[in-house]
Design a protein around this ligand. Structure first.
Ligand code: PMP
Length: 283
């Protein structure tokens, strides 16, 4: 495996950045997770825009222009001979002192890793996920906005640990108001009476690029979409539930906190949306 670091490629073993980089010292950086389908990076521009917005919000200067960054993503795929895979791109704040001062940091590092990755085992797409609600809540937007895809994912990591302890592959996270936000690494949707419903950005979520793609597909299919606050009750009472993410695509959820959702099987509308999503990835 060849890893891109700020303009050069290194073998996996030698792909290293400084221990004085604030990315390591403080989780001070931004990242993206993308998918390549048949040699094309899905929604690359949208990922770059989100990366740029995250970096702007944190006042991190992305050291290379957008077009160069996009070219570096493709170069990393090519060097590794990957046509279908997952790409992790990060931009760190760069090397600084042991203090917090961001203005003393210089030389932000761009890291691009391309790999084959299965976010969830294939059988879970057939059976659907059984998930639980974590006691760790999603970051309050009044703190660091969850719209910033920062390298500081500690509360999501803690929530995921809770899910693992409960034997679940994913975990639901609420916001500080007790409303449904999203899962540790995926957005959530329900289908009730033929309508699609997902929490709005104000609920404190990452605005997923897969989430937006699914909203666009649904609208195109004539399915009404509501971006409104959601409670766990809405999920318990839903006909169908599924999660979205670049890694996961669309994965059905059949149980939350011991309550069976719908008839306990992946729903027909979820399958239809997944089929349409797959078509989208082929364009
Ligand atoms: N929410 C969180 C917290 C995430 O980390 C991710 C990405 N893994 C998503 C949602 C899904 O976003 P996207 O569809 O852009 O991958």
């Amino acid at each position: 495996m060849q890893v891109y670091i700020s303009g050069k490629f290194f073998d996996k073993e030698n792909a290293k950045i400084s221990v004085f980089d604030h990315g390591l010292l403080y989780g001070d950086g931004v990242f993206e997770g993308m998918r390549a389908y048949n040699g094309k990076v899905f929604r690359l521009r949208e990922h770059m825009i989100r990366l740029g917005n995250s970096a702007r919000a944190l006042m991190i200067d992305i050291p290379i222009p957008l077009e160069e960054m996009e070219a570096a993503v493709y170069e990393t795929l090519n060097v590794n001979n990957i046509k279908n895979g997952y790409i992790r791109l990060l931009v760190t704040r760069g090397i600084g002192t042991l203090g917090l001062d961001a203005h003393l940091c210089s030389d932000p590092q761009v890291v691009i890793i391309a790999a084959h990755l299965a976010m969830y085992p294939a059988e879970l797409y057939e059976k659907g996920l059984d998930i639980v609600t974590a006691s760790t809540v999603r970051t309050n937007p009044a703190m660091v906005s969850p719209q910033i895809k920062s390298m500081n994912y500690l509360n999501n990591v803690l929530a995921k640990i809770e899910g693992h302890l409960a034997g679940c592959a994913e975990v639901l996270m609420l916001n500080t108001k007790g409303e449904v936000a999203e899962c540790s690494g995926d957005n959530i949707f329900i289908i009730s009476k033929g309508k699609l419903h997902t929490p709005p950005p104000e609920a404190g979520i990452l605005e997923g690029i897969t989430r937006q793609t699914v909203i666009d597909i649904a609208l195109d299919m004539g399915i009404p979409v509501r971006e409104l606050p959601m409670t766990r009750y809405d999920i318990f009472a839903a006909d169908e539930c599924f999660l979205t993410g670049s890694g996961a695509e669309l994965i059905p959820v059949v149980k939350l906190d011991g309550r069976i959702i719908g008839d306990g099987k992946p729903g027909a509308m979820t399958k239809k949306l997944l089929d349409r999503f797959h078509e989208e990835t082929k364009k």
